[in-house]
Design a protein around this ligand. Sequence first.
Ligand SMILES: [Zn+2]
Length: 74
Amino acid sequence: MLENNKVTLIACPTCQTKTPWTTENVDRPFCSSRCKLIDLGEWANESYSIPQQDSEEDEIFSESLTIDPNKSFM
Ligand SMILES: [Zn+2]
């Protein structure tokens, strides 16, 4: 009982939930495997999508801008 009270609590980097830092907690410092995957997913998404989405959004924007005046002109 006393040993259980001495567990060190750390804040999950993803959701800030206090989670015990124990050898049984395989997902530490995350509170769950879900938060672990979210953090890894966000890291991967950011590094992959920033250069790609920027140019794609630019093209979509310039396309819709040129299509709109054409429609009203016709
Ligand atoms: Zn979490």
